[in-house]
Design a protein around this ligand. Structure first.
Ligand SMILES: Nc1ncnc2c1ncn2[C@@H]1O[C@H](COP(=O)(O)OP(=O)(O)OP(=O)(O)O)[C@@H](O)[C@H]1O
Length: 265
């Protein structure tokens, strides 16, 4: 599976241009991160990418077919989306919510099969929240709901997984758990992942490619290690920071140490 965005630009009605002439492709088994300051347009970018909003110019392609020419029912069999966790009004149980991830694979009048239920249960266990299965979604914490939404997307068994700040509400352990799970999905199941994140160190840990959005509009795209640099953190976030490498048990990891906000940005 290949997703490409070609020559994409977007502005809201009467708003400023948020991004201009963006080009990239992502293939099965790869992880791409999208970073940029607050309000730069990361969520909007995902919404355009998935066709919820129309690019002002440009197009998204899936396996070289324009996304706009693909039937929604076909599209959502291949693509799953994890939005930011914003609370749920209806008292669905966690298991019911995760089972909803199977809906693109069900006929209009069909009910979930044994296999659908098993897949939903496995997604819950994969994320480590099996014990929440019978709790109501409006009675769990923001972080727990975030994990439920990730499990719901996994239960769809997508070829392309799109996540909007999946680690934002999570504690240190659950952040790592989700990052490692995404790497496993990509490497073992060949899922392509596109992730909005506010954590450059997470991008360095798991992603192959990064799109860095800035105001202006400006952007850069390329291999993550070439994009997440001290110079680019300065240019795009206005922060003087050090990137330091740590090593433990033959595993390398990067940390970002911010020192100062730059006044001229
Ligand atoms: N429906 C809308 N109509 C007009 N402007 C909008 C709309 N939604 C968002 N915006 C504006 O577009 C810009 C980008 O918003 P967006 O939520 O995509 O940014 P973001 O990079 O995801 O932000 P954050 O990092 O804070 O989550 C913001 O200035 C926002 O005010």
């Amino acid at each position: 599976m290949k997703l490409s965005v070609k020559n994409a630009s977007f502005r809201y009605h009467r708003g400023r241009t948020l991004f201009d002439k963006v080009d990239f492709s992502i293939h099965s088994g790869k992880i791409m991160t999208i970073l940029g300051p607050n309000g730069v347009g990361k969520t909007t970018f995902l919404r355009c990418l998935m066709g919820f909003l129309r690019w002002t110019k440009g197009e998204t392609f899936i396996d070289n077919r324009p996304l706009s020419s693909i039937k929604q029912s076909q599209l959502w069999k291949r693509m799953a989306y994890v939005p930011q966790a914003k609370g749920v009004n209806f008292p669905y149980t966690v298991l019911e919510m995760v089972l909803m991830g199977r809906s693109p694979h069900l006929g209009v009048f069909s009910v979930p099969s044994v296999r659908d239920k098993k897949t939903a249960q496995e997604a819950l266990c994969e994320i480590g929240i099996g014990s929440l299965a019978h709790k109501a979604c409006n009675e769990i914490s923001g972080g727990e709901l975030q994990m439920v939404l990730i499990a719901r997307a996994l239960s769809a068994e997508p070829g392309l997984l799109i996540l909007d700040e999946p680690e934002s509400n999570l504690d240190l352990r659950n952040q790592l758990l989700i990052l490692d799970m995404l790497v496993k999905l990509a490497r073992q199941k060949q899922v392509a992942c596109i992730i909005n994140t506010h954590y450059p160190q997470h991008a360095l840990r798991i992603s192959d490619q990064t799109l860095l959005l800035g105001t202006g509009p400006k952007h850069i795209f390329g291999p993550t290690k070439e994009i997440i640099t001290e110079n680019n953190l300065r240019d795009y976030f206005g922060v003087d920071a050090l990137i330091v490498k740590g090593e433990k048990a033959n595993q390398e990891s990067n940390a970002i140490i911010p020192f100062a906000v730059l006044s001229d940005c």
